[in-house]
Design a protein around this ligand. Structure first.
Ligand SMILES: Cc1ncc(C[n+]2csc(CCOP(=O)(O)OP(=O)(O)O)c2C)c(N)n1
Ligand code: SF4
Ligand SMILES: [Mg+2]
Length: 281
């Protein structure tokens, strides 16, 4: 018996005589370098790279966007995103982005950071940059572990979660509770837009894309920092298949890290942008 997917493929093929007649429903953004990425199968990093680059392509800002790459599994982000990029030392991306943006205020500047990078060694730089209201976008990939260095406990590791440095599960009475970075940072006066999203389903991917587009557009206003936290995954260190990792996000991660907007701009603050700018997530 044919699967639903095979039936659909047959229908599409039957309705098209030649390849020219296919309707283009998807294309890889031209802003993404056409190479294989080094990420493990099912890792969220590659998908989020694509979403960022789709936003850059749709806004037509490829020549005016500068990214800051972290240390962590996404250290080679500059090999995949076809824009100007600067590598920062572990945890220092917000400090580097601050310098770039202050020198070139007309550029769209973003950092791309994991939870070890941003929430552990880099928490001070991040907090101070947001407190100053630096006009940058921080893309925060929270996969609850230090992925690159083989899955040690991060500040965002869930209570009871097993990692290589918490083999019996994170004991919050000893290590403290997971840090909810977005809720913490949203309290700072310099935070303009703070949201937590995910990419473990088609709908989640769509919402994350809108959040990234909004955050890039808000940089035109010079009103503060945008923080887009994305609940990622690390199938390799979580010791799960990609499908199991997606379920784990829905069933466990969002109990500690609920999805949705945490701080949104006041309507008056964004009225100078085109009316369709803040697409609701
Ligand atoms: C100053 C410094 N301290 C520690 C390290 C080692 N180190 C490299 S990556 C990493 C953690 C990466 O975890 P995360 O930022 O969560 O990124 P992920 O790999 O999970 O995407 C650490 C501790 C380093 N490279 N530099
Ligand atoms: S170790 Fe984890 S975060 Fe790193 S590429 Fe593999 S799945 Fe992704
Ligand atoms: Mg991590």
């Amino acid at each position: 018996m044919q699967t639903e997917e095979q039936v659909l493929t047959d229908k599409i093929t039957a309705s098209c005589q030649t390849e020219d007649e296919y309707e283009l429903v998807y294309h890889k953004p031209a802003t993404l370098v056409d190479v294989s990425m080094h990420y493990c199968p099912g890792c969220a990093h590659s998908l989020v790279h694509k979403l960022i680059m789709e936003a850059v392509e749709e806004m037509g800002i490829q020549e005016r966007t500068i990214g800051v790459a972290p240390v962590g599994c996404s250290v080679f982000a500059y090999d995949y995103m076809d824009i100007d990029m600067q590598e920062a030392a572990h945890g220092r991306a917000c400090a580097v982005a601050t310098g770039i943006k202050r020198l070139m205020p007309d550029k769209y500047v973003f950092t791309y950071q994991g939870d070890g990078d941003l929430a552990a060694i880099g928490i001070a730089e991040t907090l101070h940059a947001i407190n100053r209201g630096e006009n940058i976008l921080i893309v925060f990939m929270n996969n609850a572990v230090y992925g690159m260095t083989s899955g040690q406990m991060a500040p965002t590791t869930l209570p009871g979660m097993h990692t290589t440095t918490s083999p019996d599960g994170r004991d919050v009475s000893f290590y403290g509770a997971p840090i909810k970075v977005s809720e913490l940072m949203a309290n700072l006066p310099g935070a303009f837009y703070v949201t937590r999203q995910a990419v473990n389903s088609a709908n989640a991917v769509r919402r994350t894309k809108k959040a990234l587009l909004n955050a890039f557009k808000y940089q035109q206003l010079h009103k503060g920092t945008c923080l887009v936290e994305i609940i990622g995954n690390c199938p390799s260190n979580w010791k799960m298949t990609p499908v199991e990792a997606s379920k784990f996000i829905d069933e466990e991660m969002i109990k500690t890290f609920p999805l949705g907007d945490i701080k949104v701009p006041a309507a008056g603050d964004i009225k100078t942008l085109q009316s369709n700018t803040h697409e609701q997530s």
